[in-house]
Design a protein around this ligand. Structure first.
Ligand code: HEM
Ligand code: HEM
Length: 184
């Protein structure tokens, strides 16, 4: 099995580019839904939380697929000095960690509240723990902290990608754009 994550190639594979775009859109939806939880009540709020949980489970599955795909398909090295390349890779690793850990924290938060986690009404995930009222608040804080950390880090990452495009005028953004020709 090939395990070269970044090498002498100049483009990302199509699944990498599309997974990046689809997951970016899903994360935006997740934060909009999280905001909507604050100004809704009753059954509407319940439905929003239900969709939030389902998309969260989907993100968790897609994150694993994306991680395994990218571990087995070489991508281009970040453009920049050695230090900048290391920093960019460090940020990518951190984003993967958050993509995988945030859904887990949401899952345990729901269980602590004594609520199950379903997937678009198709099935319900097994409950690995019973209701834990004493842990509710801590888990809520952990979930919120991790989610807003991702928001800050991903925004910085996105802003740097735009800086590469508009100021440095290199290929960084173009090669991650699913609608550009610069892909394989
Ligand atoms: C995958 C990425 C996810 C992101 C980015 C995300 C983000 C957020 C954010 C920002 C909040 C609001 C926190 C606050 O301001 O206090 C929230 C709340 C919540 N999330 Fe997530 N979440 C994700 C996944 C999940 C998953 C997988 C579940 C459950 C399985 C889940 C369950 C919840 C619940 C129950 C709430 C609190 C609802 C309430 O106010 O009662 N989340 N999430
Ligand atoms: C704000 C919008 C975003 C833009 C404009 C953007 C742009 C980019 C670009 C241009 C690259 C390629 C870097 C290179 O070729 O060296 C990249 C890679 C990457 N981005 Fe983003 N990104 C955004 C949001 C996100 C989000 C929300 C996440 C995850 C939560 C994320 C995770 C990653 C990861 C892990 C990589 C490495 C390639 C991979 O493994 O898929 N990005 N991004």
């Amino acid at each position: 099995m090939q395990r070269s994550v970044r090498g002498e190639v100049d483009r990302w594979t199509l699944p990498t580019v599309w997974l990046h775009t689809i997951m970016l859109l899903l994360f935006i939806v997740m934060f909009v839904l999280a905001e909507a939880m604050d100004w809704t009540h009753g059954s509407t709020k319940g439905a929003i939380i239900g969709v939030h949980k389902s998309i969260g489970v989907l993100i968790f599955l897609l994150a694993w697929i994306r991680l395994l795909w990218n571990l087995n398909h070489t991508g281009p090295r970040p453009i920049g000095t050695k230090v900048q390349q290391k920093a960019a890779l460090g940020v990518h690793h951190l984003l993967y960690l958050l993509m995988l850990v945030i859904p887990v924290s949401g899952y345990f938060m729901s269980l602590a509240h004594g609520r199950s986690v379903g997937f678009f009404g198709l099935f319900t995930l097994p409950s690995l723990m019973g209701a834990r009222p004493a842990m509710k608040e801590t888990l809520e804080n952990v979930h919120a902290f991790l989610a807003y950390s991702l928001l800050v880090i991903a925004s910085g990452h996105g802003a740097l990608a735009l800086y590469h495009h508009f100021v440095l005028k290199d290929e960084t953004l173009v090669r991650m754009n699913p609608f550009s020709a610069k892909r394989s």
